[in-house]
Design a protein around this ligand. Sequence first.
Ligand code: GTP
Ligand code: MG
Length: 298
Amino acid sequence: MWGACKVKVHDSLATTSITLRRYLRLGATMAKSKFEYVRDFEADDTCLAHCWVVVRLDGRNFHRFAEKHNFAKPNDSRALQLMTKCAQTVMEELEDIVIAYGQSDEYSFVFKRKTNWFKRRASKFMTHVASQFASSYVFYWRDYFEDQPLLYPPGFDGRVVVYPSNQTLKDYLSWRQADCHINNLYNTVFWALIQQSGLTPVQAQGRLQGTLAADKNEILFSEFNINYNNEPLMYRKGTVLIWQKVDEVITKEIKLPTEMEGKKMAVTRARTKPVPLHCDIIGDAFWKEHPEILDEDS
Ligand code: GTP
Ligand code: MG
């Protein structure tokens, strides 16, 4: 009905403004049907004002997904880089994300305190992040897994948590990075015991039961000649994405007035992009080096 009315409004433009106003009034009343009240059943999920909004995604049943797609154990650099590519896409396509942190099959995205994107509705944040991330995972799969076909569509769950202060936000990110460290240290020894010492998973698990971090470091060093601190930073620290200015080289066709055909030339231009870092974010050094991230008006 509203569509038909809109067409009539168009026709009436050619006639009088009185007719136009009447049609517009009619349209406004017709848009509200007797069913309109069902809107009141929608829950208000506005995120508390001035708080950091964090969306964390996690791969659904990635234990199985990793097995089926022959991920290297315990870390597959292709899989981790694909996750980061998807997170960069999320940051570039969506608005107001100031920092992201990822490890294993999860990524956290932090929206700036004063964002008003989609009126701060949690469901909008979560669903946009999850769908953009999941479609990117499929879209870019081939770029990272050339010889490994994607066998079935992966899924990601999402949750929204709001943090009221800079300290709670930093503690949240520290928690995720500490989790990365604990899991990675465990997995590095676990898989060394299986792959290099020939233990079964049950035996390896038994061997590691009750061990502390120092014990695991010692097993790695004495039995496998591995200094854990020399393992790749991406595995030990995860990936932080922050906005940084980078010089981008693009090819541009430049045509001089005297020339018929344009010349292709390499041109450098500065762009702000989400850049991956594999550094510590638990200590103060990172936050002192990048004060703009937690800036009140960031
Ligand atoms: P839900 O998240 O509860 O659906 O289960 P999940 O199987 O995804 O488990 P969880 O998110 O707790 O853990 C992620 C799992 O993904 C790990 O336990 C690994 O099995 C797998 N995974 C993630 N990254 C890698 C990787 O680089 N290599 C390998 N081999 N496995 C990985
Ligand atoms: Mg998972």
